[in-house]
Ligand binder design. Structure first.
Ligand SMILES: [Zn+2]
Length: 478
């Protein structure tokens, strides 16, 4: 019933507005992304893709001749920013040959080719979900140089920032991610020596990367740990010299501290092995660094592996029909991979049982650490790790925001994380993330009040990008 009512209402609103005209959204409740009080009965005037005025009626007069859209009873927020995605991953096991390597089941080279040939696949899913900006924090060089990054001035695409190949000691994984014909597209760059690390960063700068990403995973031995800590410091120094932000995958407390000492500007995941201490908080704040919790991705990985191992179809929420038919088809047919998964685990189910136990333990620690960073005033962003199995480009933002709420963040804190803070993480705070004069007109219209429950983002009726208003129905893919 609700859908029918919404459909009628949105058809009236839909009367597609030319992007160049002045448009006024009138009567809604404005939540501008700053974390300040909402404005009831607001007026938002949009002109040439920019916000000309946003505030109470007494401040923002409706220009004569503007196309007026009545949004009374609705809620206006900035577009969502997902500060951790991967354009080179699909949302299922076909995009992760390190998780399930069986070309007969999921031919990886073909998967990559399809991703490169359809740069709008994820853009469609993002806009449909209300996501108007994403930070791709690691992938093959084409994730930096490819057509999907042509986004500015494009009302049909989300803003993109991209880090490109990951610097790591485990660059041998290129054998899986960049085999044969993909050899010129290494996902990983070596972290064996100071010279290599400096050369990696020069290469990233030359290809146009927006950040230096270090995949700072647990070292193979303690001796290697000492060496890699030193190389982390080199990476920080070289990133600063290149003028690029340093972003780091470091999920263990000591590794995260090392990354921050090296100058990390963003930790792309929670610290998950232990509760954060005062030293960690002090380092995070001293760097003015961003903390990306990524609460749902680990659990989704385990669900995906179990689904493939058992052939049981998992329930994924995409109420707004943003994910394409082909991907939903793969998720709905996990049994094709069962034999391959069981072969990979040698028929043992212990690894899976252990994975569930670990995910549960880490979940408690991650929630506690998120509250600690929040309480200390650290900058938190919305970050899904979309592209990993069952963490879907687009709709996973709702799952992640609801997990942040369950972990103890207030809706207001989550909205700020998902908008203004995301813009800071992307280096775009001057143009997006807040609804005020001069900013790009990227905004959402919601039917329900997100201040009461962050799940209200699932009720979005409209997405405006660069001043062009789309109904949610127009953006659906199924
Ligand atoms: Zn990631």
């Amino acid at each position: 019933m609700r859908n029918i009512v919404l459909a009628v209402a949105t058809t009236i609103l839909a009367a597609a507005m030319p992007a160049q005209a002045q448009t006024a959204l009138v009567g809604g409740t404005l939540i501008d992304g700053t974390g300040g009080d909402a404005v009831e009965d607001a007026v938002i005037v949009v002109e040439n893709g920019r916000i000309a005025c946003a505030g109470p009626r007494s401040t923002c007069s409706i220009p004569a001749g503007a196309a007026v859209q009545d949004v009374s009873g609705r809620f206006i927020t900035p577009g969502l920013i997902d500060a951790h995605v991967h354009f080179s991953q699909t949302g299922w096991l076909d995009g992760r040959p390190d998780g399930l390597n069986n070309p007969d089941v999921y031919p990886y080279a073909a998967t990559v080719q399809a991703l490169r040939e359809d740069p709008d696949r994820w853009h469609r899913s993002y806009l449909c979900s209300g996501v108007t900006g994403v930070f791709d924090v690691g992938g093959a060089p084409w994730t930096v140089t490819g057509a999907h990054r042509e986004t500015e001035g494009r009302a049909d695409r989300a803003h993109v920032r991209a880090a490109g190949p990951l610097i790591t000691w485990l660059d041998s994984l290129n054998a899986l991610f960049a085999p044969g014909p993909l050899a010129d597209q290494p996902t990983f760059l070596p972290m064996e020596s100071e010279e290599q690390v400096r050369a990696d960063i020069a290469r990233l700068a030359a290809m146009g990367s927006d950040a230096v990403k270090v995949w700072f995973i647990a070292p193979p031995s303690p001796d290697d740990g000492v060496r890699l800590d030193a190389l982390m410091m080199v990476a920080g120094e070289a990133a600063r010299e290149a003028g690029l932000p340093l972003i780091v995958h470091a999920t263990e407390l000591e590794a995260a501290k090392t990354a921050l000492r090296a100058g990390a500007n963003m930790l792309v995941h929670s610290v998950a092995d232990d509760v954060v201490d005062e030293e960690f908080i002090a380092l995070l704040l001293a760097n003015d660094a961003t903390y990306a919790p990524t609460l749902v991705v680990g659990r989704n990985w385990v669900r995906a592996i179990v689904s493939a191992a058992t052939g049981e179809v998992v329930n994924v929420r995409d109420d707004n029909r943003c994910v394409d038919e082909a991907l939903m088809g793969l998720i709905a047919d996990p049994g094709v991979a069962t034999a391959a998964v069981l072969a990979g685990t040698n028929g043992r189910v212990t690894p899976l049982a252990n994975a569930f136990e670990l995910i549960g333990r880490e979940g408690v620690i991650m929630a506690q650490n998120l509250r600690a960073v929040r309480d200390a005033g650290g900058r938190i962003v919305l970050a899904t790790d979309a592209g990993n199995p069952l963490t879907l480009h687009g709709p996973s933002v709702y799952d992640e925001m609801e997990a942040m709420q369950a972990a103890g963040m207030s809706p207001g804190e989550i909205i700020r994380a998902a908008t203004a803070n995301g813009a800071i993480a992307m280096g775009m705070a001057d143009t997006v993330g807040i609804l005020r004069e001069g900013m790009t007109a990227d905004l959402l219209v919601l039917a329900e009040d997100p201040r009461a429950n962050i799940a209200a983002f699932r009720s979005l009726t409209h997405v405006m990008r660069e001043g062009e208003l789309h109904t949610q129905q127009e953006l659906q893919q199924r």
